[in-house]
Ligand binder design. Sequence first.
Ligand code: MF3
Ligand code: CO
Ligand code: CO
Length: 252
Amino acid sequence: MRRAGRAAAEILFEVAPHVTPGVTTDRLDEVVHEATIARGGYPSPLNYRSYPKSVCTSVNEVICHGIPDSRPLVDGDIVNVDVTIYLDGVHGDSSVTFPVGEIDPNDRRLIEQTYVAMNEGISAVVPDRPVNSIGRAIERHARRHGLGVVREFIGHGIGTEFHSGLQIPHYHDPRARTIMETGMTFTVEPMLTLGDPACALWDDDWTAVTLDGCRTAQFEHTILVVDDGVELLTVLDDGTVPAEALVVEASA
Ligand code: MF3
Ligand code: CO
Ligand code: CO
């Protein structure tokens, strides 16, 4: 799991310089596909429940599962690139929301506070606590900043399966009573919105968008529960966190 997580982080580093005005998300798909194969891995999204591409690219009002296409990104867009690699029998899953060129200060705030919200959720990972502590922390942070939290898509157990049965809501769900135990691996991947978090699905059956068209951001780590808390798996060998090196201030 450490190797798969590290590979996902490395792929985010490889794709990052390509995220510029004028690039198509199809091109980002190509870069992620090649980088995944080059590491001896398989891009987990490709043909997963008939998903057609090797990465998810979610632009502006797209909450998640955006399918790469031929539209060039333009200055002022924000795009989440969600990379999952299947390597040596297990999956590593991580995403970053990138600014494209110069972005609106309010979009910058959305990106930064979504990153902080993810970290607040990860900080709530402690053995013997229920998983609903994670969503409670995320929701509290979002509320303080006047941001919405998407409820329809949640974090998930991950390992030999891309999505195991374990569910990690990003809002406070008292029913999510599964107790965190040392050795568990799952993702924390909140999606926050500038407006109403209600969502709609395009008729491609994948692309999830905000109903009101407001912008939305997401970050994702795959994590391991350890005795004294949490270990981030989707980081570089030296512990570098892609989001912090590429998008947000480490202090964010
Ligand atoms: N990587 C996404 C997640 O975080 C799942 C994408 S499923 C796909 O769970 F089929 F759209 F790729
Ligand atoms: Co995930
Ligand atoms: Co993902």
